[in-house]
Design a binder for this molecule. Structure first.
Ligand code: CTP
Length: 145
């Protein structure tokens, strides 16, 4: 077995209308760590952050993510704070798609986490697919009927 760079890895997301971009992200994250913890945003948290409801409710999104073979543990997420999450899970690295690289939010998270010895790894974003894009495609498909 190839030795993993990190013992515990952590990532968060909404994972609504689970798609290939989500799968690629989780697969790449697991390549780095022995134990991958995934925080799934609650419906209330998504409403607060994205100002729109999810299509798939929290428990179903959680069950889907938990069934992915790259995922070792699923937890509830309802906070921006990665320090708070670190306090609970003590991960060695946090993973996020590189669509977030260079944003104020992740520059701050990077600084906070690096101070406590936790790495931040930006993983290649899968182009051309997102929950937002899927919602558009579904809407277009129903209009054409
Ligand atoms: N992600 C990715 N490639 C995509 C879509 C998402 O790598 N094509 C990554 C994000 O960078 C994040 C994780 O998957 O690390 C969860 O993203 P999430 O917000 O749940 O999904 P999106 O499809 O980006 O949702 P939305 O369109 O609502 O922003």
């Amino acid at each position: 077995m190839i030795e993993k760079k990190y013992k515990i890895g952590f990532t968060v997301g909404t994972f609504d209308l689970f798609h290939i971009g989500h799968l690629n992200l989780l697969r790449q994250a697991k390549e780095y760590c022995s134990h991958l913890i995934v925080g799934v945003h609650t419906d209330e948290w998504v409403m607060y952050c994205k100002k729109r409801p999810t299509v798939i409710p929290f428990q179903e999104r959680t069950d889907i993510v938990a069934a992915i073979r790259y995922v070792d543990e699923v937890v509830k997420n309802e906070s921006y704070s990665k320090l708070e999450a670190w306090g609970k899970y003590h991960f060695d690295a946090a993973f996020i798609g590189d669509d977030w690289k260079g944003t104020d939010t992740w520059n701050k998270i990077e600084t906070q986490l690096r101070e406590i010895g936790c790495d931040v790894i930006y993983l290649p974003y899968t182009q051309g697919i997102s929950t937002t894009e899927l919602r558009k495609r579904i809407q277009d498909a129903s209009v054409q009927k």
